[in-house]
Design a binder for this molecule. Structure first.
Ligand SMILES: Cc1cc2nc3c(=O)[nH]c(=O)nc-3n(C[C@H](O)[C@H](O)[C@H](O)COP(=O)(O)OP(=O)(O)OC[C@H]3O[C@@H](n4cnc5c(N)ncnc54)[C@H](O)[C@@H]3O)c2cc1C
Length: 318
């Protein structure tokens, strides 16, 4: 029940831990989707790469995500235009579009079986007062060339006041995809992967960097890239004061008779994020600042109640 659907659907290869001092052109710290994608991209260069993870490879957020691949992250584009101007808002939107194209292209190139499906993404409101915000966001979509439309109904079992649809987005099984990338780099002798190897510090001398690990071994590198989700090394940037960890919850339900066709996100709180995967309906939300909630079981209960109320599943399986 508490294991993620993704982890049960895909075995992740195991790697040794670092047991010697080593050197590389690039050291990547964190073997989730970001670090593995980066190692995959470096495969076709002549650089040597060491990729390390403090835990098992792919045991972090990537194994527990809803795995929607979409440029629709809440209603952000009107605000981005207001704050940074149209040029930078477009850069952001284009980066999302290119990421989706990259994933789609990589899946085609390597024939990756990861249940990648093109879907529309929809954000909806159940409040009349929010409608003007949706209309402004729709105008922003038009300025930025995002293929959106405003609608008054969705194929969800509760009423909505307005939804903004973004066409041609996608969803996949993130672990099947990431493990396929690992297979692509498996035979590359310039890429070494170690798990159970937490990085604890970076020491700098001139242009040389040394990553210090908890087991006591070091990795000397010309470049170090932190893909640890939350940076372990701060370098006086005070990131710990600017960032906060968030916890979010996700359940999978079976036996839902009428499955919705797209990917959905509520505008109002509590957040509800909805998508399908094979015969499962995934429902996420109930986010909060990490460490502020004692009764995390209650958060799962809230998602389960929502599922039973609107979708009548035969069981909550994961
Ligand atoms: C419930 C939920 C739903 C989400 N839904 C979506 C969604 O629909 N779409 C979307 O795009 N995103 C979604 N996200 C976010 C998305 O899952 C993450 O942004 C993404 O998986 C992050 O990948 P990552 O590789 O950056 O981090 P991770 O997968 O967390 O990988 C980081 C790795 O770094 C390792 N690490 C940490 N510290 C160290 C250290 N000091 N030394 C060595 N290794 C270290 C960790 O062990 C971990 O394996 C969701 C997240 C959650 C929790």
């Amino acid at each position: 029940m508490h294991q993620s659907l993704w982890s049960l659907s895909q075995t992740v290869p195991r790697y040794p831990s670092l047991t010697h001092h080593t050197k590389a052109d690039v050291c990547i710290v964190g073997a989730g989707l970001t670090g593995i994608t980066l190692a995959y991209l470096l495969k076709d260069t002549d650089l040597t790469v060491v990729l390390i993870d403090s835990d098992h490879v792919l045991s972090g957020t990537t194994a527990h995500t809803t795995a929607k691949i979409t440029a629709q992250h809440d209603l952000i584009y009107h605000d981005l235009i207001q704050t940074f101007g149209e040029y930078y808002a477009k850069c952001y939107a284009n980066a999302q579009r290119e990421a989706l194209q990259f994933i789609s292209q990589t899946i085609t190139t390597h024939h990756i079986d990861c249940q990648f499906e093109k879907k529309f993404s929809a954000i909806y409101t159940q409040n009349d007062e929010s409608i003007p915000v949706f209309e402004k966001e729709y105008e922003a979509y038009q300025k930025l060339g995002l293929n959106g439309r405003l609608v008054e109904t969705l194929d969800l079992p509760f009423p909505i006041k307005k939804a903004l649809i973004l066409e041609d987005q996608a969803q996949f099984n993130p672990l099947k995809y990431a493990v396929a990338l690992l297979s692509e780099i498996k035979n590359c002798p310039r890429i070494q992967i170690y798990e159970n190897t937490p990085a604890i510090d970076i020491k700098k001398r001139d242009s040389d960097l040394t990553v210090c690990t908890k087991p006591g071994y070091t990795i000397e590198a010309k470049k170090v890239i932190q893909t640890s989700h939350f940076p372990f090394y701060d370098d006086l940037n005070f990131l710990f004061a600017k960032m906060e960890a968030q916890t979010s919850y996700l359940i999978a339900c079976e036996g839902v008779k009428k499955m919705p066709k797209g990917m959905y996100l509520s505008y109002e709180q509590p957040t509800r994020s909805i998508r399908t995967y094979e015969n499962y309906l995934l429902i996420g939300g109930e986010d909060h600042r990490t460490g502020t909630e004692k009764e995390t079981t209650a958060r799962y209960e809230a998602l389960k109640n929502f599922a039973h109320h609107y979708f009548s599943p035969s069981q909550i399986s994961h």
